[in-house]
Design a binder for this molecule. Structure first.
Ligand code: NAD
Ligand code: G6P
Ligand code: MN
Length: 463
């Protein structure tokens, strides 16, 4: 059993490897391979992964670290993909360019997400083709690479037979938070959900068979935010900046954390704000960018966005920690995050491999699951997962408000993919103009033209 991580230099790789390693018996894993196009980044993460597998856990799983796709994918069973095409430098552009035009600047939502999608479509197709060529015929690609909504639509259009499932960790991260708010174990929670990726709603949250949405609504109303202290307590690697850790050691500065101080604070606050007006369902945090776009722009700093925050925290902590390990031989495990993100992808691989038919929320073709959404829409819905992939579960028609929002977003994403395939400036402009984060076609054109300039090393040519 060979599992290859594509984008092995990702900040999430150590946590995912830990999740795989802790499930080694169910996965029967013999070898983990890390593959990246950035050799130095890959080497450093490889040093930490080697420590996790061989020193920390003392396992006899073989580790291969490579930038050669043939070495990476030959006879691989699972490919866990997590590439960031263009890196944090381009994420920064995705966030800052729309903000300069008064629009939401976010890596996966609005114009930033569309721009990131244009960069990622063809590298993802290339990955699929390479995997098809070298991996086992029964391979599965489990893809985290964002923007997952656009990536999944592009894969459906361009490589419809590829064995790829696109996933997102946000709904399960929300369930972690909900569990902490309700004071229950997340394993005891079962939920219903519908939406597109980064664009959906929980319609039910059951705890041991009892509907807990009323209690959760009351909790959110009382606290005016969905972010319990109980959730924050063990998230040091994700939330503390290296600088603030040093300051804290000196005793002068309180700890900074992304959920209470950084840009994530507003999305957890936004859950409360959305539910004050529309209390029926629990919204995905990402809906804030579409439902409170004006307010998001008002509280954003166009010179310092989430990309900068990540560079100053998660990325810096991790690579500084690895440098320190290489210098001193000492390791501080809190430099990397292990938890739901890696557990989710590893558990999904177990369901596929062992044909368990366990229920997972995945991004998959609708096929009638949401009767008033198109048959071919890539939706995010619960599905049973077995060796043949996802089997979607039928739901009732969704309400008009949500359906209208989803159709607008879906068509924006579909136009982007069609525009990329056809090299059509007009279709891509329609994608930008249709997006709910954009107030006029003139603004759409201004942002698109700036994006074309910023992405000239990455985007296909548009005519
Ligand atoms: P990162 O920049 O730290 O890691 C991404 C890695 O991908 C880098 O090492 C980069 O060199 C590599 N890469 C870029 N293009 C590549 C290519 N063509 N082939 C192979 N490797 C390539 O980014 P990160 O913050 O760790 O995030 C990684 C990815 O996972 C991003 O796409 C991010 O959006 C995504 N992500 C998705 C979810 C989800 O819910 N779906 C959750 C977390 C992260
Ligand atoms: C959530 C989303 C991911 C996204 C990530 C960004 O986990 O589900 O799709 O990549 O947030 O987090 P960051 O810390 O990089 O802003
Ligand atoms: Mn996601």
């Amino acid at each position: 059993m060979i599992i290859t991580l594509a984008g092995g230099g990702s900040t999430f790789t150590p946590g995912i490897v830990k999740s795989i390693a802790l499930r080694k018996d169910e996965l029967e894993v013999d070898e983990i391979r890390l593959y990246d196009i950035n050799e130095e980044r890959q080497r450093k993460i490889g040093v930490l992964v080697d420590w996790i597998l061989h020193q920390d856990l003392g396992l006899d799983i073989t580790l291969t670290v490579t930038t050669d796709p043939v070495v990476a994918f030959t006879d691989a069973d699972f490919i866990f993909a997590q590439m960031r095409v263009g890196g944090y430098a381009m994420r920064e552009q995705d966030e800052k360019i729309p903000l300069r035009h008064g629009c939401v600047g976010q890596e996966t939502c609005g114009c930033g997400g569309l721009a990131y999608g244009m960069r990622t479509i063809f590298p993802m197709v290339e990955l699929i083709d390479t995997v098809e060529r070298y991996a086992k015929p029964t391979y599965w690609i489990l893809n985290y690479s964002n923007p997952a909504a656009i990536v999944s639509e592009a894969c459906r259009r361009l490589r419809p037979n590829a064995r790829i499932i696109n996933i997102c960790d946000m709904p399960i991260a929300i369930i972690d938070v909900v569990a902490a708010a309700l004071g229950v174990k997340k394993q005891d929670i079962a939920y219903d959900y519908f939406g597109l990726n980064h664009f959906g709603w929980f319609t039910s949250i059951e705890v041991n068979g009892h509907e807990a949405l009323p209690e959760l609504r009351a909790y959110i109303k009382e606290h005016e935010i969905l972010m319990p202290e109980a959730f924050l307590k063990d998230k040091a690697a994700l939330i503390k900046s290296a600088a603030s850790t040093e300051q804290q050691a000196d005793g002068d500065q309180p700890e900074q954390n992304r959920h209470t101080k950084g840009s994530w604070y507003y999305v957890w606050k936004g859950v409360y704000e959305i539910m004050e007006l529309f209390p029926e369902y629990l919204p995905n945090t990402y809906l804030n960018y579409y439902l409170q776009q004006k307010e998001f722009v008002e509280h954003s700093d166009p010179t310092h966005t989430r990309a900068n925050e990540v560079e100053e925290t998660r990325e810096r902590n991790l690579f500084d920690g690895i440098d320190r390990y290489e210098r001193t031989g000492e390791i501080d495990e809190s430099v990397f995050y292990a938890g739901s993100h890696g557990d989710w992808i590893a558990d999904l691989a177990i369901a596929l491999k062992n044909d368990t038919k366990a229920r997972f929320l995945v991004i998959t073709q609708n096929r009638g699951a949401l009767p008033n959404m198109p048959y071919d829409a890539m939706v995010e819905v619960p599905a049973y997962i077995g060796k043949k992939g996802p089997e979607v579960i039928a739901q009732d028609p969704i309400p008009l408000f949500q359906q209208g929002l989803m159709m607008q977003q879906l068509n924006s994403e579909k136009l982007l993919v069609e525009g990329a395939i056809e090299g059509s400036y007009e279709k891509v402009l329609q994608a930008f103009a249709l997006n709910k984060t954009v107030p006029s076609i003139k603004v759409a054109k201004e942002i698109l033209d700036d994006m074309i300039e910023a992405n000239k090393d990455f985007w296909p040519e548009l005519k």
